[in-house]
Design a protein around this ligand. Sequence first.
Ligand code: FA5
Length: 342
Amino acid sequence: ARVAALEAAASATTLDELKAARTTHQGDRSALAQANREIGALPPSAKAAAGKLVGGARGAVAAAYARRQRELEDERDARILAEESLDLTMPSGRPGLGARHPLSLVSERIEDIFIAMGWEIADGPEVESEWLTFDALNLGPDHPARQMQDTFFVAPAESSGLVLRTHTSPVQIRSMLSRTPPIAILCPGKVFRTDDLDATHSPVFHQFEGLVVDRGISMAHLKGSLDAFVQRLFGGHIATRLRPSYFPFTEPSAEIDCQCWVCYGQDISCRVCGGFGWIELGGCGMVNRRVLTAAGIDAEVYTGFAFGLGIERALMLRHNVNDMRDITEGDVRFSRQFGMEI
Ligand code: FA5
């Protein structure tokens, strides 16, 4: 039994095998345990010799199993160390870099241009009072032009007095109410209209609003500011052109066109203007005196001009983007193309 137990210990190659062998050869039902129990039944003269023999065998077997246990545990530890080792000097994959959205880049560029001219940046909330969005801008409840901008009303519709602003023009009123002339502010921001998303429209888009109020401000100041702006944004000798138009909050009002910076109207196949030579940027005009009055400015003393331009369309024209959905979807591969070149 001693020899069989020692052989089983030596031939166990895993800890599980050793455990099984130990149960067989050292457990309560093993031959050695059995022999140990039988010593008590032997005649006294034989007891001492039998005890020595069995005890010696059990001691040797226990020592052999303990030794083999240590050997197998050492082997297992060495194997785990080898298998689970980490090479900390191995080069790792770099995390993918993001990219700034071209709308953020172009907005900052536009802000910088006006800040350099001494204007201040102003802002207002996207959920805006109906009064500031329409009434104070000379768009009374029954004014037909109120339908010009399709509005998201905040529930309960038409009685909450709140809308998602349809343009950045309410910031004109906020600025006049909170400042005293001379005022020169630029407000970039998000606006909302119930337009369906398609290649040239989005229900959420961006505008920037400009407002200047002081003594003696005229259309010439408006034209000069717009020229300075487009020349800094598009470069060179690009001019603007004002076409008569209508907005309830300005009088007179105009659409702003900017000269094509690619072909100056010389190329019928021009990808930006199609040879037309002018690109529409937004609306502008002299602040209606009713608007000045609603905002607490003395219209006998002060005059002002304002403009509101759409950023997405300017960006599309500037960078040959054919579909506005590319701008709104937020795919980083789209943003990455712009880099610092805006
Ligand atoms: C206005 O929103 C006036 N508040 C602008 C203004 C300000 C006039 C101050 C006078 C004085 P309009 O609705 O035309 O005007 O919009 C201005 C620009 O926003 C448009 O020229 C166009 O570039 C852009 N725009 C309008 N609707 C959308 C749309 N659904 N998606 C993307 N851009 C749009």
